[in-house]
Write a protein that binds this ligand. Structure first.
Ligand code: NAD
Ligand code: DAO
Ligand code: ZN
Ligand code: ZN
Length: 371
């Protein structure tokens, strides 16, 4: 048993509390990781705020981290002490029915315990100093200086990559780029629209540039997003609040008949409908990335699908983390993709609640906590 510092979500809707916590060492198949940096993602805020109906408290949130292996549990063979790793909220066991089916990345081997905030043996390694158990979060709990993660939920990455940048590959970068490459499989010369130019949408845009899309239309209510989105490859911008008349008709005209691919990165179900209907008749595909509020439902006229549009979704960009995440780290190190301009704020663990304020004000793309 060791002690480490963590930001604890003690109860729903409250600021995170920075405290020393107990952490038990890794059991069989588990790995102790020293977290060096972690991004703050909207999904952490969704849970912290109490909006997530499946949120469990107390818990250590955070799922966008990078760090170093400190100790390995019994039977761990793919990692050793000193390896650099990125925790994966979508693990890759390479054995379950899901892992063996190339059509999905949703490994289910530890799904039920992960959803309950527990490690695969049904227990938690974290506790308060008074002994109260603290739950894990998305199998990662990166808002702690040290965490215990199953071996199958760690991607081993090269040692020369900077932690404060590659932590973002643990969620936002992979989700956005993967939605283009793995889920949509966008072809060279395609026309695309991206709704929501935040931490996910910007990565969709750079994924589209990487895939060779000809037209990349960005759609956002906030004109302040234009500069960054243009830097990442946006060719046209639409602010829906400034469009006179029907937004779908405007987008269909701008794209010369509809987009080959559209992506929702807002989580707004009205936007999801617009995205579907702005996809090209006969072949357009619309990909849902955004996570909608609890209970929200999508709708469109079925004739939109009858006439050849399709509606799909993606989690973690369809990436199989242990296989794909090290490659994305290479792309970053080789200059094929960019991350640095999107890390708009660096914080200490003590300042983590300020990171959520920046998110609410729309001032940050990514705030990263460095340990
Ligand atoms: P963000 O807040 O940084 O960006 C959202 C953007 O959408 C903002 O720029 C905002 O101005 C814009 N926007 C809001 N309403 C709009 C509207 N009606 N029309 C046009 N633009 C609008 O959020 P983010 O971090 O980029 O996350 C986006 C979504 O992706 C969230 O719902 C998040 O939970 C989800 N997400 C999904 C996955 C996954 O695996 N599927 C992974 C991570 C995040
Ligand atoms: O396998 O049933 C399952 C759930 C997989 C979880 C995928 C979550 C993706 C969306 C959450 C937002 C990411 C931070
Ligand atoms: Zn995330
Ligand atoms: Zn699996």
């Amino acid at each position: 048993m060791m002690k480490t510092r963590a930001a604890v979500a003690v109860s729903a809707g409250q600021p995170l509390e920075i405290m020393e916590v107990n952490l038990e060492g890794p059991r069989a198949g588990e790995v102790l990781v020293e977290i060096k940096a972690t991004g703050l993602c909207h999904t952490d805020e969704f849970t912290r705020s109490g909006d997530d109906p499946e949120g469990i408290f107390p818990a250590i949130l955070g799922h966008e981290g990078a760090g170093v292996v400190i100790e390995i549990g019994e039977g761990v063979t793919s990692l050793e002490v000193g390896d650099h790793v990125i925790p994966l909220y979508t693990p890759e066991c390479r054995e379950c029915d899901y892992c063996l089916n190339p059509k999905t990345n949703l490994c289910q081997s530890i799904r039920s315990t992960q959803g309950q905030g527990l490690l695969p043996d049904g227990s938690t390694r974290f506790s308060m100093l008074d002994g109260t158990p603290i739950h894990h979060y998305m199998g990662c709990s990166t808002f702690a200086n040290h965490t215990v993660v199953p071996e199958i939920a760690l991607a081993k990455v090269r040692k020369d990559a900077p932690f404060d940048k590659i932590c973002y590959i643990g969620c936002g970068v992979t989700t956005g780029i993967g939605a283009v490459i793995n889920t949509a499989k966008v072809e060279i010369g395609s026309t695309a629209a991206v709704f929501g130019l935040g931490g996910i949408g910007l990565n969709v845009i750079q994924g589209l540039r990487l895939a060779g899309a000809d037209q990349i239309i960005g759609v956002d209510l906030n004109d302040a997003k234009i500069e960054m989105a243009t830097h990442f490859g946006m060719t046209d911008f639409v602010n829906p609040s400034k469009v006179e008349g029907d937004l779908v008709a405007h987008l269909v005209e701008l794209s010369g008949g509809g987009c080959d691919y559209t992506f929702d990165a807002t989580g707004n179900v009205g936007v999801m409908r617009t995205a579907l209907e702005a996809a090209h008749k006969g072949w357009g595909e619309s990909i849902i990335i955004g996570v909608a509020p609890a209970g929200a439902e999508i709708s469109t006229r079925p004739f939109q699908l009858v006439t050849g549009r399709s509606w799909r979704g993606t989690a973690f960009g369809g990436a199989s983390g242990r296989t794909d995440v090290p490659k994305i780290v290479d792309w970053y190190m080789d200059g094929k993709i960019e991350i640095d301009p999107m890390i708009t704020h660096k914080l200490t663990l003590d300042e983590i609640n300020h990171g959520f304020d920046l998110m609410h004000k729309g001032e940050s793309i990514r705030a990263v906590v460095e340990f």
